[in-house]
Every structure is written in structure tokens, then in C-alpha cells.
Ligand binder design. Sequence first.
Ligand SMILES: NC(=O)c1ccc[n+]([C@@H]2O[C@H](COP(=O)([O-])OP(=O)(O)OC[C@H]3O[C@@H](n4cnc5c(N)ncnc54)[C@H](OP(=O)(O)O)[C@@H]3O)[C@@H](O)[C@H]2O)c1
Length: 271
Amino acid sequence: MEFRDQIAFVTGSSSGIGREIALALARQGAHIAGLACSWEKLQALKRDIQVLDRRCLLFAGDVCDRDFVFDCVRHVEQDLGAVDILVNNAGMGVGGAVYEVPLQDIQDEIDVNFYGVIHSTHAVLPKMMERRHGLIINISSVAGKVSIPYSGYYCATKFALTALSDAWRLELRPFGIHVLNVCPGTTSGTAFHERVRGVRRPLRVHYEMSAEQVARRTVAAAAVRKREIILTAGGRLYAAANRFAPGLTYYLLSKVVPYLVKRSENKGGLV
Ligand SMILES: NC(=O)c1ccc[n+]([C@@H]2O[C@H](COP(=O)([O-])OP(=O)(O)OC[C@H]3O[C@@H](n4cnc5c(N)ncnc54)[C@H](OP(=O)(O)O)[C@@H]3O)[C@@H](O)[C@H]2O)c1
């Protein structure tokens, strides 16, 4: 019960990785405040949290709406107490090449994946800094370590999140606040890939981990205050290859990507 009676605020907790992280934290004793778009899906989370005998407060709305996010955090502070753990998980994907994606989709991607994170972080920080205690978990991606063709805009938001995590960890350390950056690979049991917006789905080869496994590994890493986890062997290999042999990685990808694109086109966008 590593997080007994702590208050966790989890964005995007109605589905996939966020829902599993909320449940994993509740199993470790935390009370959960959840935010997502769908009220119905959040109700299912509420039932599961109550079975674990933890308190649960839910909000349906948009992380892009700064005032709404600040209101949610105010309610959490009044009804449950100050937030100890913030999980910045809400996110969406946009697929397509640089010349294909409409400007509005790029804007939406940045609003949700980047500004959404800023809004909830700004909302919880004052109390965390005052109490000199807190944990922020940013759900980035392997796409926040290595750029993936036809997911350039998504990668840009996830690289940004990785960068923020590294800066915030140093800035917030004097205030007793830790930042964990989580980089999942392709994850099953989520709605992410079906909901990707745009003219193409991002290239993916196969699912490497379930949302439940991602959540378990995230909560375990948070408990020992790890700085970052890259969550699949494939993701770790890809990130290391790109870092230590970028020329070779580029050469190999230039051979493999056209093949993946062809396969993807034959399979309605999925590789
Ligand atoms: N699945 C993967 O392969 C994978 C890999 C690496 C990283 N990730 C990251 O993991 C995170 C969770 O994704 P997932 O795979 O679990 O996908 P998911 O099942 O689609 O879950 C996304 C969650 O974010 C919420 N959300 C989306 N836009 C929102 C908005 N504007 N305001 C409030 N909530 C919003 C959704 O709410 P509703 O369902 O209620 O609309 C849902 O709860 C994302 O940041 C994603 O980039 C996913």
C-alpha cells in the first residue's frame, strides 16, 4: 500500500492506460480524482474504485479548457484534499505525413497533448510547492524518444513532454516534487489506435504490452522515484539505436518504412 490515503488526479482516466493507472494507484491505497471526456466511461471507473473501498471524484470535460481544469483541482482540494500525485495521461493521436495533416488537427494535438498537461500541472503545483511534497507522472511515449514517420506531430508533442519532464524534475526537486516520465510502446487494451485522427494511422508493427502492464510498471517506478521508464524491449532498443547509431537507424528505416507503408495501405491503415 505504497500510496495509502494519497490523492491522485489522473487525466484521461476513462479508458486505456489512464484507467489502469487509476486502478493500480487505488489498489496501492490512493483515493482517485479522474478527468476525461466521457461521463459514462468514468462511471465504470467509479464502480471499480468503490469496490476497492477508495474515494473517487470524477469530472467530465476537456483538458484543453484551462478554467475547467483549475475548477476540477479546486473541487478535489475541497472534497478529497490536496493532490499528492498528478498523472498527465490524457492524449490523442494524429496520423499523416507533413503535407497531409490539416492545420486544425495539428492544433488539437498540441492543445490536448501539450497544453492539457500544462493546465493540470499549473493547477496542482501551488499546493504541491507549498506542502513541499508531490509526484508528477507524465505519460509520454517511445514516440517521445524517437520520431516515427507519419506521426511527426504526435511525436513532437511527446518529445515536448519528455523535455518538460527533464526540466521540471530539476526545477521542482528543491520543493520535494518528483517527476517521472513514462514512455510506453504500442499498448493494447486502449482506444488510442482506433481514435487516431487524420488521413493515416501511425505505423505500428504489433502490440508489445497491455495497458494493465503499463500501469503496473508505472506505479512500481513511481514508488521508487525512477526518473524515466521506456516500457518495451523494442522501444528501448529503438531509442538506444537512434541515440548511438543515428545514421544506421536512418538507413535501416529508409529501407523498412516504404515496406510498412505498403503493408499499411493494404490493411486499411494498420501495419
Ligand atoms: N496506446 C498506445 O499505444 C500508447 C503508446 C504510448 C503512449 N500512449 C499515451 O498514453 C496516453 C493514454 O492513451 P491510451 O492509449 O490509454 O488511449 P485511450 O484509451 O484513447 O485513452 C485516452 C484518454 O484520454 C482522454 N482524453 C482524450 N482527449 C481528452 C481531452 N481533450 N480532455 C480530457 N480527456 C481527454 C480520453 O477520454 P474519453 O475516452 O472519455 O474521450 C481517454 O480517457 C496518451 O497520452 C497516449 O499518447 C499510448
